[in-house]
Every structure is written in structure tokens, then in C-alpha cells.
Design a protein around this ligand. Structure first.
Ligand code: SF4
Ligand code: SF4
Length: 353
């Protein structure tokens, strides 16, 4: 099932949206306002078992060691009543577990539990200084998130800030990094806004390819052994020396969609990425292992020949493939939906056009 890959130790994550409910209404949110069924904690545990079986089958059938992790999120995961029940179960089954939250609802008891259960990382959303953060996430949300970070750190947790980059906050990278340090975060990561869901309105204000390139160069320059500043965006690989372009059709790294991670939503829907929003199957009708093995959507994402635009001819394809969610959302906004279109913010595309 990992026959599209050329690597031997396989880091694989499940991004698990336990609920679509949220206490905030952020301007860039990928949610469209639907509130589907929420699996009970017992159902979630059953599906964790299904994922474990899939990883065990991969290890038995292929010459590979799987390092699985689960990122529990929402909506806002702290609104899911069974959060600690399913976290404890996932830890018992040997998963590395992270939580992705807006940070506003965290109590001292939550922070203690996270620490005792060995949560590897709590990722708290941050948009910048208080004024910018509140203008995107709502009044009072900065103070609440900063308090949440302090509570988590006090209990011994590792906390990372995560910034969604858009024209609203891109001019304040250094300042936002300082804010993350001041409120106690151990590092900061940046990712691009995807113009889907409530964020659709931001399609006209996407950064240009060159603006994005300069932004990522700045982010890379701020990283140091003393303080981690990074971006998981596939395009950043093209800026570092280690990414030697190779002519190959096997995925090595880059966009995780269809390759090294999968999204499960609160009702068991399986998607290549929450921000792509296209459906590969549902756990109610098929186990995860079968969906991963048989979904046409997931297979297309793994095959170089699916990529219509310049990505399909690009030497960075094995380690990049652009952000499929941005490419798809942009094509939808242009009235020509195409999951395999060029990433509109890729500077490599622009330079080789
Ligand atoms: S063309 Fe596609 S694969 Fe190549 S660098 Fe750009 S986004 Fe990445
Ligand atoms: S589509 Fe974009 S957001 Fe989703 S996994 Fe790929 S790079 Fe990340």
C-alpha cells in the first residue's frame, strides 16, 4: 500500500477531527458550517484499532517500519467530551499523539492530563500580535490563547504556535515569532491560508509566488538551534540545499495527501487532507486499510501522470507536488475545479513558465 514510496521508515499521521463544533469563527477557517455526526469515544477507539491493523499489515507485508501518530483536532477538540478517553487509548496503543487547538478552553486539569499522557506537542493557533490575532479569530481570543499556552507550559507540555499566513499577517513574521516566545511557546510554524470554506473570500488576497518565496526565505532565516521557526509547506523544500531535484516518479516527501497522512472527520469520512475536502470513503462502510488501498482519489494523488500542469514535469515532484489544497481551491474559484492543476503560488512554476 505504500508502493508509491521509496523510503524504509515511514512516518504516517492521522489528522483526526473529533468534532466540527468550535467556540470561534475565524475568517480563514476551512469549515463550511456543517455540523455532522460525531463518533462516540467507543467508535473512535474502534477506528483506532482499524488503523493499527493497517499499520501492522504494512509492516508484515512490506519491508518497512511504520512510525504512526495521531493529531487530534476539530473544530475545537477541547469541546469533544471524550477527548482524554480517546487520547489515553491512542497512547496505550503506542501512538505518538499531538493536539491542535485554538488554545482558548484549556484548563489546568487539561494541561495536567496532557502532560501525564505524554502528549508530544500541543499546537496552538496564533495569528500575530493581539490586534491582528483578534481581528482574524475574534475579540478576546488572543488573551484566552495566551492563557492556554501558559497553563500548558506550566504543566510541562511542549507547545508550538501555528500561524496561518495571509496578507493579513505576512508583514509581521518577526513580531509574531517574538509574540510566540513571549507567551511561552517552544517554537513556531507557519502554513499558507487555503481559500476554501469561510476562507474562500481570501482568494483575491493570496500572496504572489515571489511574495511567498520571500516570506519562506525569511522564515528559514529566523530558525535557530535556540528557537525552532519553520514551515511544513512542501514548497519550502525547494529553498534548501538538501532538496536535490530528482527525475523520479516515487514520492519521497512533500504534500502528505495520498502519501504520508490522512484526515478522518467526526463522522468517519476519510479525506486526503481536510483542506482539500474531497472524500476518499467513510469508515462506517469500509475499514481504513481498504480505503487507503482502493480509493481512486488517493491513488491519483500518488501518481505523477495525474498532475496535469507543470508539477507533473517538475524535478521537485517527488519531494513537493505543491499544496494540492491551494491548487484545488484556486481552480474552484476560477470555475475550473482541478485537483491536479499547478499550485498558483509556486515560484518554480513561474520561473520555468
Ligand atoms: S511545479 Fe509543483 S512540484 Fe515543482 S516546485 Fe512547483 S509546486 Fe512543487
Ligand atoms: S494539500 Fe496542502 S495542507 Fe493538505 S497536506 Fe498537502 S500541503 Fe498540507
Amino acid at each position: 500500500m505504500i508502493a508509491g514510496s521509496a523510503i524504509k521508515t515511514f512516518d504516517f499521521f492521522l489528522q483526526w477531527h473529533l468534532t466540527e463544533r468550535c467556540n470561534l469563527r475565524c475568517r480563514h477557517c476551512y469549515q463550511g458550517g456543517i455540523a455532522p455526526y460525531e463518533m462516540t469515544p467507543e467508535e473512535v477507539k474502534h477506528e483506532i484499532d482499524g488503523a493499527t491493523e493497517m499499520f501492522q499489515a504494512w509492516e508484515a507485508g512490506y519491508d518497512v517500519k511504520v512510525a504512526p501518530s495521531i493529531h487530534f483536532t476539530g473544530g475545537e477538540p477541547f469541546l469533544y467530551e471524550g477527548l482524554w478517553d480517546v487520547v489515553a487509548y491512542a497512547r496505550e496503543q503506542g501512538y505518538t499523539v499531538a493536539i491542535m487547538t485554538n488554545g482558548c478552553l484549556i484548563t489546568a486539569e487539561d494541561a495536567q492530563r496532557a502532560s501525564l499522557l505524554g502528549i508530544s506537542d500541543v499546537q496552538v493557533s496564533l495569528e500575530g500580535q493581539e490586534g491582528i490575532h483578534d481581528s482574524i479569530r475574534g475579540k478576546g481570543s488572543f488573551a484566552a490563547a495566551a492563557k492556554g499556552v501558559a497553563t500548558l507550559v506550566e504543566a510541562g507540555n511542549r507547545v508550538h504556535a501555528n500561524v496561518t499566513l495571509s496578507r493579513l499577517n505576512v508583514d509581521f513574521i518577526e513580531e509574531t515569532t517574538e509574540v510566540a516566545k513571549i507567551i511561552g511557546c517552544h517554537g513556531i510554524g507557519f502554513s499558507r491560508v487555503v481559500p476554501c470554506g469561510r476562507g474562500k473570500a481570501l482568494v483575491e488576497s493570496l500572496l504572489s509566488p515571489q511574495e511567498l518565496r520571500h516570506t519562506y526565505q525569511k522564515i528559514i532565516s529566523l530558525d535557530s538551534p535556540a528557537y525552532e521557526v519553520n514551515s511544513g509547506d512542501p514548497l519550502t523544500g525547494t529553498l534548501v540545499d538538501a532538496d536535490t531535484p530528482v527525475e523520479d516518479d516515487l514520492t519521497l516527501s512533500g504534500c502528505s495527501a495520498g502519501f504520508s497522512g490522512v484526515t478522518i472527520t467526526s463522522d468517519g469520512t476519510v479525506m486526503p487532507c481536510r483542506r482539500i475536502g474531497l472524500v476518499a470513503g467513510n469508515l462506517k462502510s469500509k475499514p481504513l486499510r481498504a480505503i487507503w488501498a482502493s480509493s481512486d482519489l488517493l491513488w491519483q494523488l500518488r501518481k505523477k501522470e495525474s498532475y496535469h500542469g507543470k508539477c507533473g514535469r517538475c524535478p521537485h515532484w517527488p519531494s513537493c507536488r505543491g499544496c494540492r489544497a491551494v491548487a484545488y481551491a484556486y481552480s474552484v474559484a476560477q470555475g475550473e475545479p482541478d485537483l491536479f492543476a499547478d499550485d498558483p503560488q509556486c515560484w518554480v512554476v513561474e520561473e520555468t513558465a
